[in-house]
Ligand binder design. Structure first.
Ligand code: SF4
Ligand code: SF4
Length: 291
């Protein structure tokens, strides 16, 4: 089974437009949207959700008021200032935990003399298995402030692999997250190839090199294409020259094209818009990736 991850190092390079177009061109791939912090592949592929699952990760503390003896030990020991004390006026003080500040370390649970603190798993988001016109898709949504997106990415990839095996599909296309952190590493682990979509700007080139270092560290074959290359031909030339000097693989350029935005508004991949120049360029990139 081949797994191709499309990453960029930074957001806004047009990576998702490339993934959606590859999905339309491949026709028989399983799709995995691993950009779980800001998923947007579903906006283009209009999935029909067939399965919805909760993603629970870490723990959060919650005080059972009826058992609390109001000793204040949790307030004194919480290093994250997640415990709130409200003055009860004539009554005794009341202790509560702000779930957005609680880091789930468990100290208060261990030290509470009345064993009055529950410590359930935290609901961090959801993941879905859907059908799209381009094939099955696994995607997810991390709750605001939800942590451990790397673990959620691994769940999305694991499910995509299961679906590919069940339906005997030989290709998984992964829409990777931006940056070089834990979710990106989880997206890259064990893939057949990483396609890095960059843009001809200083920040685009800087973040592209950071991702290239990551792929080299994990011995993952990588290739680069420059999106919206004609907005800054000199910078494009500079990026490509440096790539050649380092013997890294280039798989093409994609022109800036209003048709990309028009396609997004219509909920289509740009290769599904007839006559789109960017669509022609993405087709050429896809052929090189297939090689
Ligand atoms: S440590 Fe336990 S008993 Fe003491 S205030 Fe906190 S929750 Fe209540
Ligand atoms: S679990 Fe840790 S972070 Fe959360 S309230 Fe208790 S001591 Fe504070």
């Amino acid at each position: 089974m081949n797994e191709i991850v499309i990453i960029s190092g930074k957001g806004g390079t047009g990576k998702t437009s490339v993934v959606a177009s590859f999905a339309a061109l491949a026709g028989n791939a399983v799709l995995a949207d691993c950009d779980v912090d800001a998923a947007d592949l579903h906006l283009v592929l209009s999935p029909t959700v067939r399965q919805r699952e909760e993603f629970r990760c870490g723990h959060e503390a919650a005080i059972r008021q009826e058992d609390c003896i109001r000793c204040g030990a949790c307030l004194a020991r919480c290093r994250f200032e997640a415990v709130r004390k409200t003055d009860g006026g004539a009554d005794e003080a009341r202790f509560t935990i702000d779930s957005t500040d609680c880091e789930g370390c468990g100290v208060c649970v261990a030290l509470c003399p009345a064993k009055a603190i529950d410590f359930p798993e935290r609901l961090a988001g959801e993941w879905y298995v859907s059908e799209t016109r381009c094939g099955p898709m696994v995607h997810a949504r991390l709750n605001p402030g939800g942590e451990n997106s790397g673990k959620l990415v691994s769940k999305v990839r694991e499910t995509a692999r299961q679906i590919a095996a069940e339906r005997q599909r030989g290709l998984i296309l992964i829409d990777g997250p931006p940056g070089v952190g834990c979710p990106v590493i989880a997206s890259l682990a064990g893939v057949s190839m990483a396609l890095i979509v960059t843009e001809p700007t200083l920040s685009g080139a800087h973040d592209m090199w950071r991702v290239i270092e990551l792929t080299e560290h994990f011995h993952i074959p990588a290739a680069v294409c420059v999106n919206k290359w004609d907005l800054n031909p000199d910078m494009t030339e500079q990026i490509e020259t440096e790539m050649r000097e380092k013997r890294l693989r280039l798989v093409g350029r994609i022109r800036y094209d209003r048709a990309v935005t028009d396609a997004q508004i219509q909920g289509k991949a740009v290769v599904e818009i007839s006559g789109a120049h960017a669509g022609e360029d993405i087709r050429a990139v896809w052929e090189k990736v297939c090689e």
